[in-house]
Design a protein around this ligand. Structure first.
Ligand SMILES: Cc1ncc(COP(=O)(O)O)c(C=O)c1O
Length: 388
């Protein structure tokens, strides 16, 4: 049996996959089992933030594997302490809980918001407002939080206590922000929802209204965080800092990690025994995370991310098939005039280019470290397909 046949036989069919068997990767390119190479402008949905097998990152991870691969959270490890310190310093937050994925980070955020409110105001103030078209994960709570009906099938009953409002509609938010609400949860740029940034006015109003009522703001930066948008956190573009921010994807460069960051206000909400995760704060993930943070904090790193983002946007604007380009930094959505995003992604694969889609758009999440040359080649392939 070949690899695809083994997948078909033994792995649940919960993903629609492209017919590509990845074997190895280096920098911005991966190689399939037949030796064909691909420029990857998707980076594992923004997870391989430093590209494939970055040398310093790989050294850090491998050294950690050979030193201490796991410790239960009954004990302390230096590597988790260092990652937490660096992450809090870089993000400006006070404390963090580590899990293993974006959904887990969001679960933690939901629990913190509800307990913060319960501790201070008692019962019946547990509702969380989320935005239509949002995506917050695949666990029962995060699916319930996700503001897309398409995700609300089969798995009934969903968790109670999530109220959806239309993104960028301040009146809708005002009408639903009553005394039962403990938090508003948002993505500054909705990734899976189609790479749509919130408006500054809407974000301002959310912050103002929530401050008046001591309603917490949870920023889901699972996709937008860790330098993806050209700032460490996308909230910085809006001049805002949420009470709780969640991160995952690119934060540890490809080893599983989730982080739920809080300001001082919520740092003490989770007391001993109220939350936990066997693998959370795993030393290997933390070593990967430290390597990513050291790189992002290096001189000029985010400046280069922004320069590359500008290059892509300028090139795409010249393309006659492109209707519009959305997103922030290296989180890019491309609305097409006549072609479908899924056809373009299939064609790109044939031509040695990996790209993503989000709703009806082509989506690019290149490695933050992609070289100008490989980026230029990748965009050329894409534009040639679009103009065919
Ligand atoms: C904004 C956002 N939140 C949460 C998630 C869920 O993350 P994970 O798949 O790591 O659980 C995703 C994944 O795409 C995401 O984009």
């Amino acid at each position: 049996m070949n690899t695809i046949e083994k997948f078909d036989k033994h792995i649940m069919h919960s993903y629609g996959r492209y017919p590509l068997v990845m074997q190895k990767g280096e920098g911005e390119r991966c190689t399939d089992e037949n030796g064909k190479t691909y420029i990857d402008l998707g980076s594992g949905i923004g997870t391989n933030s430093l590209g494939y097998c970055d040398e310093k990152w790989a050294d850090a991870v491998c050294n950690q594997v050979r030193t201490l691969q796991h410790s239960s959270n009954y004990y302390y490890t230096g590597v988790q302490a260092e990652f937490a310190e660096k992450l809090c310093e870089t993000s400006g937050y006070d404390s963090v809980f580590f899990g293993n994925s974006g959904a887990e980070a969001n679960e933690c955020a939901i629990k913190i918001a509800r307990k913060y409110s319960f501790d201070k105001y008692g019962k019946n103030r547990h509702n969380i407002i989320t935005l239509i078209n949002s995506f917050h994960g695949r666990t029962m709570a995060t699916l319930s939080a996700t503001g897309q009906d398409v995700f609300h099938n089969y798995f009934f009953p969903f968790l109670e206590g999530f109220i959806n409002v239309t993104a960028n509609d301040i009146d809708d938010l005002k009408s639903k922000l009553d005394d039962t609400v403990c938090a508003v949860m948002l993505e500054y740029v909705q990734g899976e929802g189609g790479v749509n940034a919130l408006s500054q006015d809407f974000v301002n109003s959310v912050y103002d209204l929530c401050a008046e009522k001591d309603v917490l703001i949870i920023a889901d930066e699972v996709q937008t965080g860790a330098g993806r948008t050209g700032k460490f956190l996308a909230g910085e573009h809006f001049g805002k800092k949420a009470d709780i921010t969640t991160m995952a994807k690119g934060l540890a460069g490809g080893v599983p990690v989730g982080a739920c960051l809080t300001t001082e206000k919520c740092s003490g909400v989770l007391s001993a025994g109220t939350h936990g995760s066997t693998f959370g704060g795993n030393p290997i993930a933390c070593a990967g995370g430290i390597a990513v943070l050291e790189r992002i904090n290096g001189d000029g790193f985010l400046g280069e991310v922004n320069a590359k983002a500008e290059f892509i946007r300028k090139e795409l604007e010249k393309c006659s098939e492109v209707e519009s380009v959305s997103g922030l930094g290296l989180m890019i959505g491309i609305k097409l005039k006549t072609k479908t995003a899924s056809d373009v992604a299939k064609k790109a694969l044939e031509n040695g280019l990996l790209i993503l889609t989000a709703k009806d758009k082509v989506r690019l999440l290149p490695p933050l470290t992609i070289s100008a040359e490989e980026l230029g080649d990748g965009i050329r392939i894409l534009i040639d397909i679009l103009e065919e």
